[in-house]
Design a protein around this ligand. Structure first.
Ligand SMILES: O=C(O)CCC(=O)CC(=O)O
Length: 260
């Protein structure tokens, strides 16, 4: 796992899969690490050179003081691509990862090939949600919001059926550095990328979860309708759809990235 320097912040990056295959970069949800992509890795590394990374403030990456702008997070990705000598990559980002994908597709289109924006939004109608979350986490740590977040990430049916997978996700969330989590909540509280969407000229797939209350179907449909030519896939999942519906998610990704 190399550490790549993005303007003074060391980012934890992993590269797996076939040398010489097209590159696919995976970008995590808030409060998650590269581990969230485990259900996809076997299938994806058979076809792609897969690059994963921990966003600044998360996992094994450094935690500089926040807030982080979406531009800062997008430039971190460009630093990783430069550090690995990758000219162009497919992109699959879930939630915050999808927001970074929108920024990159609009501001650095020459670095992206096909783009997958999963369980994401381009703005939040009520930014106080994240301001309140910052207060809760500052006072009580990630434990203070864990039950609420997990209930939004996974349906009750999945949590009951897959308690171990649920506990692994909870542990990932609880291990997130508080400063890094709050810094990213600041990013989300001011997010508004609505004007970027019509500028995106990349083949784009939007993945939505039928039961996602964090970034609802309507938020995905808004993105799909504003990006010329974008298509949409609906999964029977809540927010972390790649874990709740691992096979359907992987099939959607591979189908979109390999279609002629
Ligand atoms: O998941 C993200 O990256 C941002 C949206 C969100 O906050 C969902 C959640 O953690 O409840």
């Amino acid at each position: 796992m190399p550490l790549i320097d993005a303007d003074g912040c060391l980012l934890n990056v992993s590269v797996e899969g076939r040398d010489g295959a097209p590159t696919l970069m995976l970008s995590n949800s808030l409060g998650c690490t590269t581990e969230m992509w485990k259900p996809q890795m076997l299938a994806l590394t058979n076809l792609f050179r897969v690059v994963r990374y921990d966003r600044r403030g998360h996992g094994k990456s450094q935690v500089p003081p926040g807030p982080y702008t979406m531009e800062r997070l997008g430039r971190d990705v460009l630093a990783i691509l430069d550090g690995l000598n990758i000219a162009k990559t497919h992109w699959c980002g879930l939630s915050m990862g999808g927001m970074e994908g929108q920024w990159l597709a609009a501001h650095a289109p020459e670095r992206l090939d096909r783009v997958i924006l999963a369980n994401t939004t381009c703005y939040y109608p009520d930014p106080t949600n994240f301001q309140n979350r910052i207060k809760l986490v500052r006072d009580g740590g990630l434990q203070a919001i864990a039950d609420t977040v997990i209930a939004a990430w996974l349906t009750a049916e999945f949590r009951e059926r897959e308690p171990q997978a649920t506990e692994r996700l909870r542990a990932m969330l609880l291990a997130t550095p508080v400063e890094g989590y709050m810094a990213c909540c600041e990013t989300l509280s001011t997010l508004d990328q609505r004007e970027l969407l019509p500028q995106i000229a990349k083949p784009t797939l939007v993945i939505v979860g039928r039961h996602d209350q964090s970034t609802p179907v309507a938020a995905g449909e808004f993105i799909r309708s504003r990006i010329p030519g974008a298509s949409m896939t609906l999964l029977d999942a809540a927010h972390i759809s790649n874990i709740e519906q691992p096979h359907a998610f992987t099939d959607a990704v591979i189908g979109f990235l390999t279609q002629r």
